[in-house]
Design a protein around this ligand. Structure first.
Ligand code: GLA
Length: 681
């Protein structure tokens, strides 16, 4: 191997494990507090006051520009970037660096008026009118040309600005378009994949309901109520199209940008409109917008979404937006409780974020989001949450040196597959079977007991994990099965959840029944699945409890395969049938859990899986509701403890540690309600 290609190979192997420190600029702090700032909405005379208040809150980064197209290019071909340059320069004077957003989520009126074809078309053929935002077609060639142009002009001007540390493409990619161009591209995509229409007809089994096609152009484009093979390929096409949408802008920015400037986009947690792993294959780091999923902060769900985002690039990430106490888009926009904003900020760092940015800095004078939480009000004076965020900023500054070069490391992985989530969503069979909730049913006890879990794509490297759990890997083609078989054979402990292995990569049923190409390794299979709306008793050596929502009857066909749990008396079909199978394979094991089990039983089973694999908690005997996060690297170990409870808690540490927030050292810490401790070994 020539040296150059050896270096490339080594970098490719190492890169998933390397860190994305907050910025690649050594003069910027390693952990950054930030906010979304919209200088285009304010007279320049007010910027300095805003930036001074940011500086006083220890804000070191602002995201700017992502909705400012009409200010950057007020009419076609007339560019105005002077204001942006002034804003960036003034921010630098306040020691605040900038992430520039390309403004393509908000096309200006002149654009959509002149180029009607750039407007998005919905599934029912309705073309968007100008207004609101995100009204563009992600596939339209003209839109891409215009997006490329504005991104390139920004990069020419700011690609070497030392105060611009990175780029955010667009904003929260979301809806596909069903315009004629997108449909034609989908047909071409299918043709490239299947080569002949006969092959597509075979893989999709189109004899069903007379769906046989004579030509690719006849294929309808739908998001639901269709052949699941078609729906799946549409989602994959949408993923590839968002990827090429990104590449279009990357090709405009990269040639003009300092290599230290990263390129990313901001994602939305569990959102599965497309495959984030596909889109992230062309991005430098992952970044997400952390808004709590329900009316109240569920720290397990929120932590899992951090872990999901970390898994997109398998390295540290950014929180590009988070809520300063409340948002404006829920039915009742209740605030986080006092103290929880700080709690959430530290949870982000604990799970591997290197930056936490609030949306937004200052209340808009007008526009759709006047009620949203902010750090300063319309008058530019601090909102009540400002002082809590200021405290966070001071703490980030204090702990940055210790956190530099560190990241979370896990011995346990949970596999998350968009193909499988879509396959289940297309044919839920039980309205209560939400693949994310089912993933969380496995994740929660794993996280609580091991205190560190990676959420990864099915093709991630697995040999570094002691336990790998695939909650509902519904789509399990042979190549993916081979990857899992190799993991078990080298001594890994693999746990499969219900609905695993039903389908192949074309969404066709696997001929072996579940778990498809893992039937031989397991030495058993699923004889039948059942949707449930009542509790079914389940018991075995590890304990007893109940199943609900989903239960599969299993059958062991290999004498080495053990039945670990059985269903009790219920609907007749399940009575006495195996519910959990397990087989030892050399040093490794494969376990199949055929039902959605209650949390207590999941706790017990999880304890046996972790114990067998030698996975221990980072800190033992921690009170319920206290979260333990560990970041290691560069010879350092930093513990972040967060008390999510409304009552105080005490934690005994594994040994004497330095208290980075309060100074001194201690072997135990007292945490007040929503209290945080940051400790170094
Ligand atoms: C999203 C968007 C922001 C803003 C916030 C409000 O995350 O990216 O522009 O609208 O929501 O919560």
């Amino acid at each position: 191997m020539r040296f150059a290609s050896f270096v490339v190979a080594v970098v490719a192997i190492l890169s998933p494990l390397t860190l994305a420190q907050a910025t690649n600029y050594s003069d910027m702090p390693p952990v950054l507090l930030g906010a979304s700032w919209y200088p285009e909405q304010w007279p320049e005379s007010q910027w300095d006051t805003d930036l001074s208040r940011m500086e006083a809150a220890h804000i070191h980064v602002v995201r700017v520009g992502e909705f400012a197209w009409s200010t950057m290019e007020p009419t076609e071909g007339q560019y105005n970037f002077d204001w942006l340059e002034h804003a960036i320069d003034l921010a630098a004077k306040h020691h605040i660096c900038v992430v520039l957003g390309t403004p393509t989520a908000g096309p200006p009126a002149w654009l959509t008026e002149k180029y009607l074809e750039t407007l998005r078309v919905d599934e029912n053929g309705m073309r968007d009118e100008h207004g609101n935002r995100q009204q563009f077609s992600f596939a339209d060639a003209k839109y891409r040309e215009l997006a490329h142009d504005i991104a390139e002009r920004m990069a020419e001007r700011f690609g070497h600005n030392p105060n611009v540390v990175g780029w955010q493409l667009d904003n929260e990619y979301a809806n596909p378009s069903f315009d004629p161009e997108a449909k034609a591209q989908f047909h071409a995509w299918l043709k490239k994949k299947y080569r002949t229409i006969d092959n597509l007809n075979y893989q999709w089994a189109t004899a069903y309901w007379s769906q046989t096609y004579n030509d690719f152009d006849q294929i309808p484009v739908r998001e639901d109520n269709e052949n699941p093979a078609l729906l799946l390929d549409w989602k994959r096409f949408v993923s590839d199209t968002w990827k090429s949408y990104s590449e279009n802008q990357i090709s405009a920015i990269r040639p003009h940008a300092d290599p230290r400037q990263f390129i990313t986009t901001n994602t939305m947690g569990w959102f599965d409109g497309f495959d984030e792993y596909t889109v992230h294959s062309v991005l430098d780091i992952a970044a997400w917008d952390d808004y709590i999923d329900s009316d109240h902060y569920d720290y397990i769900d929120n932590g899992a979404r951090h872990d999901l985002t970390r898994g997109f690039k398998q390295k540290n990430f950014w929180v590009m937006e988070t809520e300063p106490a409340f948002v404006d888009w829920r039915s009742t926009n209740t605030p986080l409780l006092k103290g929880q904003v700080r709690d959430m900020a530290w949870q982000a760092i604990g799970h591997g974020a290197d930056t936490v940015e609030y949306w937004q800095w200052r209340a808009n004078r007008n526009g759709q989001e006047q009620y949203h939480g902010v750090l300063v009000g319309i008058d530019g004076n601090p909102a009540p949450v400002y002082s809590e965020v200021q405290q966070v900023g001071a703490e980030f500054d204090k702990t940055g040196a210790a956190l530099e070069g560190t990241s979370p490391h896990s011995e346990v992985a949970v596999i998350q597959s968009y193909d499988s989530r879509w396959a289940i969503e297309f044919q839920q069979h039980s309205a209560k079977f939400d693949p994310v909730k089912e993933l969380l049913a496995f994740y929660k006890p794993l996280r609580e007991q091991s205190q560190a879990v990676d959420i990864v794509s099915p093709d991630a490297r697995l040999d570094r994990y002691k336990v790998v759990v695939a909650p509902a890997l519904n789509m399990l083609p042979q190549a993916m099965a081979d990857h899992l078989i190799a993991y078990v054979k080298q001594g890994g402990h693999l746990v499969l959840g219900p609905r695993t292995g039903l389908k192949d990569e074309y969404s066709a049923l696997n001929p072996q029944r579940q778990p498809g190409p893992l039937v031989n390794l397991l030495g058993g299979s699923v004889t039948q699945f059942y949707a449930l709306d009542y509790d079914v008793p389940v018991s075995g050596a590890e304990g007893s409890g109940t199943a609900n929502i989903w239960a599969e009857t299993l059958e062991a066909t290999n004498p080495e395969t053990k039945v670990l749990m059985r269903y009790g008396a219920s609907n007749g079909w399940l009575d006495g049938q195996p519910a959990v199978l397990e087989r030892e394979v050399g040093e490794g094991t494969i376990t199949y859990v055929g039902a959605w089990l209650d949390p207590e039983l999941m706790n017990k089973l999880t304890a046996t899986w972790l114990e067998r694999a030698g996975v221990k908690p980072i800190v033992a005997n921690v009170p319920d509701g206290v979260e333990v996060c560990e970041r290691t690297g560069d010879g350092k170990t930093v513990l972040i403890l967060i008390n999510h409870n409304t009552t105080p808690a005490q934690v005994t540490l594994p040994g004497e540690m330095t208290d980075l927030l309060h100074g001194g050292s201690a072997a135990s810490v007292d945490l007040e309600k929503y209290g945080v401790a940051v400790l170094e070994k």
